[in-house]
Design a protein. Structure first.
Lengths: 170, 286
C-alpha cells in the first residue's frame, strides 16, 4: 500500500470498503454519503500510507478511526445543509467479496461481546461512538447524570476489551 | 500532574474520544513515558474499532470503486493545464530524481549478468569453485533485490510528491482560488508558516507548509477548518521531513458552513476527530 499502486487501493476497497460504508451509514444515515465517506477514507489511507504507524494499532483500527472521524464531519455538514438523512434506506444486499470470511468471523465475535454488555452500557457506548454527541448531551438525552454516562461507557469499554482479548478478536 | 492510576482510568474513554480537553492533554503527556498505558490504550482502540466490525457490511464494492476510480483518473481540466503540468513536473523534479532510476537500471543490468553466470554454472560442472560463485551470486542477488526495493520506494515517493505539487499548481491556476496564510504560533520556530489554497471549482484544497519541525515519530500534523457552525473540522493529515516543508492535499471545507479560520495541530498518528495537540499554525479567513 505504501507504494501507492492502484492494485493496493483495489485490495483495500475489497477488504474494508463495505465495512467502512456500514460505519459511515450508521453515523450519517445516508447511503450515498456513506459510500463517499468510505471512498474518502480509502483514498486518504492510500495517499498517506506513510502516515500509518503500526505501533499505534492495526490497519483496520487506523481505517475505522479515520472513517468515524470523516463520517462525523459529514454528519455535521449534512446538518448544516439541512438535508434530512434517509434513515430508512435498506442496506445493500450485494454478496461479500472473497476474503471477507475473516471479517465475518470477527464481526460474530464482536457481536457476542456486545451482547454480554448491560443494555444501558451498550446504549451509552453506541450513542458516543456512532454520533457526535458529547457526553453531557448523552446524559441530557438519557436523563441521567454525566458521571453515570462516564461510568457506563468506561464499564462497557473494559468489558468489551476483555471479551475480545479472551476471544482473540484482533 | 495526574498519577499513573488516574491516567489508566482515562484509557477506556480516551479510545472513544470521551475525554475532557485537560484530561486528553494529561494523557498525551503521560503516554510519551509510559509504555504500559500506551499498550493498554492500543487495546482499547482495537476494542472501540471493533464496534464498526459488528455492523452488517453496506454499499457495494463496485460503487465505492467507481468513486475511487474517478479520483484515480480525474478528467483533464484543459490542454493548457496538462501542458503546464508537464512543465511543472519538469521544473519541480528533485535533483536526485534520476538516482533511484539509475539504481534500478544498473541493478537490472547486473542482475542479468548474474543470471547469465548462474546459467553458466547450471550447465557446467558444479565443482567447489562454482559452488562458491553460486553462493556469492546469491548474496549479490539478495543485495540487489534490497537495492531495487529501496529504489522503487524512492521512486514511488517522488511520484507522490510530484502529484501533490502538480495538484497544487492546478489549484493555483483556478480563477476561484482562495488563499489563507497561516502564521506561526508559539509552538513553531521563527519562519514557520503555511498557505492553504482552496478551489471549489477544482474540488481541491492543498496546504503548503514551510519551516515547521519534522513530524515526530508516532505523530502527524493535522489541518483543521474552523467553522462557525461546527468548530474545528478535520481537513487532512500530512508529514514534514527534515527540510521542514511539504505540500499536501486536504479535504474541502464543509459545504454551506461559514469558515472562520484554519489551523494546524500536532496529533497522534492516524489523526483525531477533534484537536487535542498543540497549535503550530493558524490563520483567519479573509
Amino acid at each position: 500500500m505504501a507504494a501507492g499502486d492502484a492494485d493496493a487501493l483495489k485490495a483495500l476497497n475489497a477488504r474494508y470498503g463495505r465495512m467502512l460504508t456500514a460505519l459511515a451509514r450508521r453515523i450519517v444515515g445516508v447511503d450515498s454519503d456513506a459510500e463517499e465517506v468510505a471512498a474518502d477514507v480509502l483514498w486518504q489511507a492510500w495517499r498517506s500510507a506513510g502516515a500509518f504507524d503500526p505501533s499505534r494499532g492495526s490497519v483496520s483500527v487506523w481505517l475505522v478511526t479515520l472513517g468515524r472521524s470523516r463520517a462525523i464531519d459529514r454528519l455535521r455538514a449534512i446538518r448544516a445543509r439541512e438535508i434530512r438523512p434517509e434513515l430508512n434506506d435498506p442496506p445493500s444486499t450485494t454478496p461479500d467479496p472473497g476474503g471477507e470470511i475473516d471479517v465475518a468471523k470477527r464481526a460474530a465475535r464482536v457481536r457476542s461481546a456486545l451482547s454480554a454488555l448491560e443494555t444501558n452500557e451498550k446504549t451509552a457506548l453506541e450513542m458516543a461512538y456512532y454520533s457526535d454527541l458529547s457526553q453531557s448531551e448523552i446524559a441530557e438525552k438519557l436523563g441521567i447524570p454525566l458521571g453515570t454516562v462516564k461510568t457506563r461507557m468506561r464499564s462497557a469499554m473494559i468489558k468489551l476489551r476483555r471479551a475480545l482479548a479472551a476471544g482473540g478478536a484482533k | 500532574m495526574m498519577e499513573h492510576e488516574e491516567i489508566k482510568a482515562l484509557l477506556p474513554l480516551a479510545a472513544v474520544d470521551g475525554l475532557e480537553a485537560d484530561e486528553a492533554r494529561a494523557l498525551e503527556e503521560h503516554l510519551g513515558g509510559c509504555a504500559e498505558c500506551a499498550a493498554e490504550l492500543l487495546e482499547y482502540r482495537e476494542a472501540a474499532a471493533s464496534l464498526a466490525m459488528s455492523l452488517d457490511p453496506a454499499g457495494t464494492e463496485e460503487r465505492i470503486w467507481s468513486r475511487l476510480e474517478s479520483r484515480l483518473h480525474p478528467p483533464p481540466s484543459s490542454t493548457r493545464i496538462a501542458t503546464s503540468d508537464r512543465e511543472a513536473k519538469r521544473a519541480s523534479r528533485p535533483a536526485g530524481f534520476w538516482r533511484p532510476a539509475a539504481i534500478v537500471m544498473a541493478a537490472s543490468a547486473v542482475a542479468a549478468a548474474i543470471y547469465a553466470a548462474v546459467l553458466t554454472v547450471r550447465f557446467g560442472v558444479l565443482d567447489r569453485q562454482d559452488a562458491k560463485l553460486l553462493a556469492a551470486t546469491t548474496r549479490q542477488i539478495t543485495q540487489l533485490q534490497d537495492a531495487l526495493a529501496s529504489a522503487e520506494g524512492e521512486v514511488a515517493t517522488f511520484h507522490r510528491v510530484l502529484d501533490d505539487r502538480s495538484k497544487l499548481d492546478k489549484i493555483l491556476m483556478q480563477p476561484d482560488l482562495h488563499l489563507t496564510r497561516l502564521e506561526r504560533m508559539p509552538a513553531s520556530p521563527n519562519g514557520a508558516g503555511a498557505i492553504v489554497a482552496v478551489s471549489e471549482a477544482n474540488h481541491a484544497a492543498m496546504i503548503q507548509v514551510s519551516g515547521v519541525p519534522p513530524t515526530p515519530k508516532g505523530k502527524t500534523y493535522e489541518l483543521w477548518w474552523i467553522t462557525k457552525e461546527s468548530g474545528p473540522v478535520a481537513a487532512g493529515l500530512f508529514q514534514v521531513g527534515a527540510n521542514g516543508s511539504n505540500a499536501a492535499p486536504a479535504s474541502l471545507p464543509p459545504t454551506g458552513q461559514h469558515l472562520l479560520s484554519s489551523a494546524v495541530t500536532l496529533e497522534p498518528a492516524g489523526g483525531v476527530s477533534r484537536p487535542t495537540g498543540q497549535i503550530y499554525l493558524k490563520g483567519n479567513r479573509d
